[in-house]
Design a protein around this ligand. Sequence first.
Ligand code: FAD
Ligand code: SF4
Length: 512
Amino acid sequence: MRSLLIVLGDQLDRDSAGFDDFDPERDAVWMAEVVEESTHVWSAQQRIAVFLSAMRHFRDEQRVLGRTVLYRELAPTAGPEEPTSLAQALAEDVATHRPGRLVVVEPGDWRVRAALKSAAAEIAVPLEIRTDRHHLCQVEEFAAHAQGRKQLRMEHFYRWMRRRHGVLMDGDSPVGGTWNLDSENRSAFGRAGPAMIPEPVVFPPDQLTGNVLALVRSRFADHPGDLTDFSWPLTPAQAQRALTDFIEHRLADFGRYQDAMWLGEPWLYHSRLSVALNLKLLSPRAVISEVEQAWQRGDVPLASAEGFIRQVIGWREYVRGLYWTRMPEYAEANALGATRSLPDSFWTGRTPMVCLADALGQTLRLGYAHHIQRLMVTGLFAQLLGVSPRSVHEWYLAVYVDAVEWVELPNVIGMSQYADGGIMASKPYIATGKYIARMSNACRSCPFDPAVRVGPTACPFTTLYWDFLLEHDERLGGNPRMSMQVRNARRLSADEASEIRAWAAEVRAEHG
Ligand code: FAD
Ligand code: SF4
């Protein structure tokens, strides 16, 4: 055998650089299901099933193309012979097949890249790591963009990317004369709630997925979440249908209601495309181009097309650049010195806080929450409680079906927990319960009151928000973007401040 092409669970791209010189006569694809990938963080059942099912679909497609695929399936129960790690499985198969070299496209995870490199060194087979062409910005390009800048900011990066790729451009200027229409994208639904939201297209399990679900139910029975509502796109054709469905039915209102929340409505106008994108079943270039065309045809407003494209060409590429230029130290960042453990409710979904129960409930049931739920409900609560960023990161990596470390970690460590001290976000995303009251209907049925700071009816977000400002006064006081919030906290009388601190201790004890 000349080459063994390693294809990881988040590399299901049939046009990847790994296939550039693939010769079916002399090369083989290698894929492995190993238990470590589901247990290094205690992964939710939906997440495990997404990866295993998409991998098996990819394997079958490759075999139809006439390629040899060496594939290790997990058995329903662990046998004594079963390798526990990717490195061990690889070493065993290399010993059997004796390839002249190993080829892999850049993994999406620092841990996996390190493991593959050391496995290859140990078994003394050369490992060639190839560029991941799925992405619109290579890590070296990001590093060059970042070099010499006092502060990294997504907005600068985003404009640079728009220009480089000629997206929504009119010559050298942005179409419509403005780069960023975020100010038009912050509407709530109002008292009456959302109008009829078109249901997204769903993909009921086929036979292959059915087998995977049975495997996950038996082998990972003690992992969180459940599989009842499993409906993710798991092949390129399904991913394309999901994209078309989103553009035709929900993109037009995506922009306006991007930040809105509503109890019992998990999808709203969001695309549900992160799984397909992160598994590389869908190309971000195709996504951006189809969204731009929808705007050009006049089917959707510019604010929606721009808002969506900003997430994909901006945030998604930006977090990847940050991840690869800052790892491995980034994973240990803890600028605010937070050390508490994650509350049990994050694993059970049980809490009287209605907004949190809703976000956690759908997370455990579907493996999904949209951005504002992740940032301003679960993430905010963990940050205000003072949970250690590492355990917050491990929870996010475990529970979301779209969680791959390069995208999850900077969003948690940088954006949501401010654990990097301001590298990714210019200030902590903190708010009282009034923000949630404005953006959703949750507070109407909640036993707590977002306007109350202390006492049994106080909203825990509100209590902890003020306590957070008091606790981090010195650090936040030096940040001009926080000056108003810090000034308001400094206006509290000594009695008010000590009442808040005492009540915050009660809230923390309750969520211990
Ligand atoms: P839409 O709202 O329809 O957005 C469209 C696409 O834009 C998404 O599919 C995604 O590819 C991209 N996107 C949007 N926001 C971001 C962002 N901040 N960073 C990177 N890409 C973005 N996204 C993941 O893909 N995997 C994760 O593990 C993940 N963890 C997150 C953790 C936290 C604490 C936060 C605040 C955000 C996280 N995100 C993550 C970003 C975002 O929440 C999800 O991409 C989005 O909710 C996925 O749902 P959707 O496909 O319906 O997205
Ligand atoms: Fe959430 Fe507070 Fe509103 Fe209750 S009152 S739903 S805890 S923000």
